[in-house]
Design a protein around this ligand. Structure first.
Ligand SMILES: [Zn+2]
Ligand SMILES: [Zn+2]
Length: 378
């Protein structure tokens, strides 16, 4: 079969590799589509994991074979059969370890193993014609309803990471929340918050994205490029937005979601949330220490982040992070996406054939004014 093999930093090659051989209780899925995700881009462009690998983890396709052994082990979980159209989930926690009991699923050892592969060390495998789904991730396989597309199925994984983050916030109906950054992830935040009755103030540098943010339920939109010329404390309070005066409460924002990897935005967000409010980091996934130098005490502070820690102690503001998905939310995520209460279809702007995966990754790494989610279709 054809596959895109990662052979080194920014080196993706179209190669012919064997179709994965199934072991007991495994699935063989013919890939229909696979989303291009920033976490894969980071690995490809910075070489954070050794080659060779086949990346791509936002995968949807059709089951073409079920491994021998006891097929009831497969079907007991999910009544899966050959011919089913499915969305895959590459990380599933054990639900039993110390981390899982604290719901810190992304820290679980089982979770850290990737359960889908097209060959080599499992790395997702979606940039290939077929993937092998290992038994421990079978509980994460979701059937795609007839009326929904494979592309919608492939979006379950990123939507899951966003819903998990939303669940970390203590919000009441009518609260005002800033979502900084209206890329595909920021737009999902905007819509999920709006569905909870939260009033969203959406910011971005691109006018086209702000327009879409309105469609995704933002109550106010603001071009951060224009706002940042003013001092941070007044930029959002008194700036006239594109849709009228910003009625941010005198007390401040109830929460801010930072979906852009900018330290300055974090600092500003900490100033803008009210006492007891929350700032959630979603895009700060790049460490400042090299893995070989890393010890528990070696995490250097972000070079530009100067924050007054009294805002956390005296003002009781929370600075929190959220990373990756929460498997226990998967059913709810599927309902939101497949019912189109969160309609992900407008988020997909570009589609590339498998052999142009490198171009797809390059576009995702350097988004244009009209690019959002990018899909590879073998
Ligand atoms: Zn992803
Ligand atoms: Zn666990």
């Amino acid at each position: 079969m054809r596959a895109i093999v990662y052979r080194g930093v920014n080196d993706l090659r179209l190669e012919t590799v064997p179709v994965p051989r199934l072991r007991a209780h495994e699935l063989l899925v013919r890939v229909a589509v696979c989303g291009v995700c920033p976490t894969d881009i980071k690995k490809i462009l910075h070489g954070t994991v050794p080659p060779p690998r086949i990346f791509g983890h936002e995968t949807a396709g059709t089951i073409v074979k079920i491994g021998t052994g006891n097929p009831s082990l497969v079907t007991r979980h999910s009544s899966l059969k050959v011919g089913d159209r499915v969305a895959l989930h590459h990380h599933v926690p054990c639900l039993d370890c110390h981390y899982c009991r604290h719901r810190a699923f992304a820290q679980c050892e089982t979770y850290k193993h990737t359960g889908i592969t097209a060959g080599f060390d499992p790395a997702g495998g979606g940039y290939a014609e077929y993937v092998r789904v290992l038994p421990f991730v079978l509980p994460g396989v979701v059937k795609i309803p007839v009326k929904n597309s494979f592309e919608e199925g492939a979006m379950l994984e990123p939507v899951n990471t966003v819903l998990k983050a939303v669940r970390r916030l203590n919000l009441l109906r009518g609260d005002v929340v800033l979502v900084a950054g209206q890329g595909p992830i920021g737009l999902m935040f905007t819509r999920l918050l709006q569905l909870q009755g939260v009033r969203v103030l959406a910011t971005d540098l691109l006018a086209a994205r702000l327009k879409l943010a309105k469609k995704f339920g933002a109550k106010w939109v603001l071009n951060a490029g224009q706002a940042s010329r003013l001092s941070p404390s007044i930029s959002i309070h008194s700036q006239k937005s594109e849709t009228g005066r910003m009625p941010v409460p005198q007390s401040g924002l109830d929460a801010a979601i930072v979906a852009v990897p900018s330290d300055a935005v974090v600092r500003q967000a900490l100033q803008l949330v009210r006492g007891g409010g929350q700032v959630l980091l979603f895009a700060h996934t790049k460490r400042h220490t090299k893995p070989e130098l890393r010890t528990p005490s070696s995490h250097l502070p972000s070079p530009n982040l100067q924050i007054d820690l009294a805002s956390i102690c005296l003002d009781e503001k929370d600075l929190i992070g959220s990373y990756s998905s929460d498997f226990t939310l998967q059913r709810e995520v599927a309902r939101l996406v497949f019912s189109r209460r969160l309609d992900v279809r407008p988020l997909i702007t570009h589609r590339f054939p498998l052999e142009q995966t490198a171009a797809a990754v390059a576009l995702a790494a350097n988004p244009t004014a009209d690019s959002l989610k990018i899909i590879v279709a073998p």
